[in-house]
Design a protein around this ligand. Structure first.
Ligand code: DON
Length: 584
């Protein structure tokens, strides 16, 4: 469909410059590109990868073309992303995998989230006077580093569903690390804007800055022999070679010797790390089933709550340009966030009423709060009382989440589907580097406050616990078959990005190219965030008239999606970042 036809159908949001997504995604999307009209839709018959960097997508596609499984390709994609998009995810971070197995027709979710070290206490992010640290004072250095989970997740998934020899899957990233790759415009921009934080530690500074101290420029050929060595060790020895031995020793030394913000991660934390299989969280929405990652992620529960409330309204009839649709979506999101802040955390440590939170009767009651015709007042947005067999309650937490992360989607020739969101949390994580990869700052996803009004915060730091996440790798099922796989980076905005894309696809019939590119409107805490420089701005005045405070800003999603049908695969990559969809 041409842009003119889309415009005629009222389906196009033009950018301020009038540029189309097609133009932007064919070149390289600038770091701060704003929401664009549509992204290129790539079609394929047998297999496909949609990921945040062309080299990562190509590595995965080649594995699939050579007969590898979606899980084999996942390992190639992840290890290449850790090299070419090091600020977002990698061996030093954690990930959630939502996997559809075509053989068993089942969805399995694997939790490779970081854990808090056993020596960490709930006061990890409080200063000497008991006050929460400033965010970046907590992030930079070893204090924020949790036990990485991504390598164990790759191993666990490969043990279950891998087809190709483990070792061979590391070759694409190892070769690129030894031979070098061109620094992308996005990476160069992020290094340049990071400046001092990246210069705090020698290994990181040496890698991302030239001998003259200047930040690496786009196009520079960058080699990472330390990363190649790390990969070769894991390729030969499996995950145990990461969690014990010289790589583990170096991780612990780096964390513990990082100056005034040194951390407490130990060799025992690494040696004891486990990936957990979690029960997938699924909700029925308009005759489809939307499945994703349960706690410690809040993603699928919050999205499920939003959809469960919104199912009571005819969004299709209202349409995507109608402020009333956005009142309903925005306030459903605020109500979901009120529950999230009180209840969502690692279920291995705190009892969470997941079933009660997703119960359709409960959500029907919550949806009645949306029956008015104005924005909900802040006082009306409080957590609800889902049915629960535990007698105690939690205080509201306060976790700060700022943008980095990566999402990718893979479909293999047998119809197995990977939807995986992977992260080192903040851009460049803790800024600590060892073995050619960055270490996460995932522990800052915990609430810094331990108590609220005398009640413990569910998402407070505890030894061995996993910090609450917003990551929302999702697979939508229709009649027992996968219909759409999608997810995004974006901190706590991930929930809104993914929910909006699902509504756009399911209710408004928009295709994958449109849903990854459409302008964002997100409301988590009251003020409505609208994506600057896009058609979302047209809704600013109508939303103000409904009673919202409106904030215009950049909204740097990185949605990657593949739609599956009997006719084949359609994939698209968010034009705000540098990703692509490739397949055959
Ligand atoms: O797990 C989470 O929800 C966050 N650590 C993800 C961080 C993120 O997506 C940053 N985004 N652009």
């Amino acid at each position: 469909m041409t842009k003119r036809t889309l415009a005629a159908l009222g389906l196009v949001f033009l950018t301020a410059t009038g540029a189309s997504a097609q133009q932007a995604s064919d070149t390289v999307a600038p770091e701060r590109a704003t929401g664009l009209a549509v992204a290129k839709v790539v079609t394929a018959k047998t297999h496909m990868v949609a990921a945040a960097h062309p080299l990562a997508a190509a590595a995965g596609e080649k594995i699939l073309a050579d007969g590898g499984s979606a899980i084999d390709a996942m390992i190639a994609v992840q290890t290449v992303l850790g090299l070419v998009e090091p600020q977002s995810s990698g061996l030093g971070g954690g990930a959630f995998l939502v996997y559809y197995d075509a053989g068993t027709k089942r969805i399995t979710t694997l939790d490779g989230r970081e854990t808090a070290p056993m020596e960490a206490t709930p006061k990890l992010f409080l200063d000497e006077t008991g006050q929460p640290l400033k965010f970046f004072d907590a992030v930079v250095g070893g204090r924020s580093v949790g036990t990485p989970g991504t390598v164990m997740l790759m191993q666990e998934a490969h043990n279950r569903w891998g087809r190709k020899d483990w070792k061979s899957l590391f070759a694409p990233a190892e070769t690129l690390a030894r031979d070098g790759f061109a620094v992308s415009p996005r990476l160069a921009t992020l290094i340049a804007t990071e400046g001092d934080k990246l210069k705090a530690f020698e290994a990181t500074s040496t890698y991302f800055f030239g001998a003259d101290g200047a930040p690496l420029k786009a196009g520079t050929l960058l080699k990472n022999p330390a990363y190649a060595e790390t990969l070769s060790t894991i390729a030969a020895g499996g995950a145990p070679a990461f969690y014990t031995g010289p790589i583990a020793d170096a991780i612990v030394d780096t964390v513990r010797m990082s100056g005034k913000n040194a951390g407490v991660l130990s060799l025992a934390d690494l040696a004891n790390y486990r990936v957990e299989e979690r029960r997938p969280v699924c909700i029925d929405y308009r005759a489809l089933e939307v499945c994703g990652m349960g706690p410690p992620s809040s993603g699928a529960v919050a999205i499920g709550q939003m959809l469960g409330m919104l199912e009571n309204f005819d969004l299709k009839a209202l349409g995507k340009d109608n402020p009333e649709s956005w009142r309903l979506i925005g306030d459903a999101q605020r109500l979901a966030f009120a529950d999230r802040e009180r209840y969502l955390a690692d279920t291995d440590f705190v009892p969470i009423p997941v079933k009660g939170l997703l119960d359709k009767t409960y959500l029907g009651e919550r949806a009645k709060l949306l029956d008015g015709d104005k924005a909900l007042g802040n006082d009306a947005v409080t957590s609800g009382k889902p049915e629960w067999d535990h007698a105690f309650n939690f205080g509201r937490g306060a976790a700060i989440e700022l943008p980095s992360t990566s999402h990718f989607v893979i479909v293999d020739k047998d119809g197995n589907v990977v939807s995986m969101t992977t992260t080192i949390e903040n851009g460049f994580g803790s800024r600590l580097m060892t073995g050619g990869f960055l270490l996460n700052n995932e522990l800052t996803d915990f609430s810094f406050k331990t108590h609220d009004d005398g009640m413990p915060v569910a998402n407070r730091v505890e030894p061995g616990k996993r910090p609450r996440s917003s990551m929302s790798p999702t697979i939508v099922m229709k009649d027992g078959k996968p219909l759409l796989a999608i997810g995004s980076p974006g901190g706590s905005q991930i929930i809104g990005y993914v929910a909006q894309a699902l509504i756009a696809h399911i209710d408004w019939g928009m295709d994958v190219g449109e849903i990854v590119a459409m302008p964002h409107l997100i409301n988590r805490f009251g003020p409505y965030d609208l994506e600057a420089g896009t058609g979302a701005e047209k809704l600013a005045e109508p939303l103000k008239a409904l009673g919202y405070e409106v904030k215009m800003g950049e909204m740097n999603s990185g949605l990657h999606a593949i739609a599956l049908s009997a006719d084949g695969l359609k994939g698209a990559a968010d034009p705000r970042r540098e990703g692509v969809a490739v397949g055959k």
